[in-house]
Write a protein that binds this ligand. Sequence first.
Ligand SMILES: Cc1cc2nc3c(=O)[nH]c(=O)nc-3n(C[C@H](O)[C@H](O)[C@H](O)COP(=O)(O)O)c2cc1C
Length: 135
Amino acid sequence: MNTKVNIAGVEWNNPVTTASGSFGSGMEYSEFVDLGKLGAVTTKGVSNIPWTGNPTPRIAETYGGMLNAIGLQNPGVEVFIERDIPFLKKYDTNIIVNVCGKTSEDYIEVVERLSETDVDMLEINISCPNVKEGE
Ligand SMILES: Cc1cc2nc3c(=O)[nH]c(=O)nc-3n(C[C@H](O)[C@H](O)[C@H](O)COP(=O)(O)O)c2cc1C
């Protein structure tokens, strides 16, 4: 069955991707899921410099669920480019990078840096409510 879709000019093998932040950068799940079966891997937020995230505790159990405020912990775009892109490129899937920042300049820096790489699409996180400085 042909499951291909075209999203914003990018061809996907199928319309399935991951919710940003819930799947690490892909590597963390590669032991459990064949990343090549996904139409795209959407990464967790990537910022211009490493972010340590919120102080712990970051997760609280609630009745029937949980609340979390991780604070977009990530190693920054340079580590992402050196470590994660080459890893994801081994799979027949698209790479969507979720971009986060505290100022417009931060976002621009990450987007410009990623435009020099082989990633397929960008997703801009402009609404993360647990980053105080977010614009
Ligand atoms: C642990 C966790 C981390 C997340 N990290 C990010 C993130 O890095 N960037 C982002 O844009 N959204 C992030 N999200 C939001 C999810 O991608 C998604 O939008 C959210 O879970 C709501 O999805 P739904 O509306 O389909 O239920 C995160 C969500 C969770 C639960």
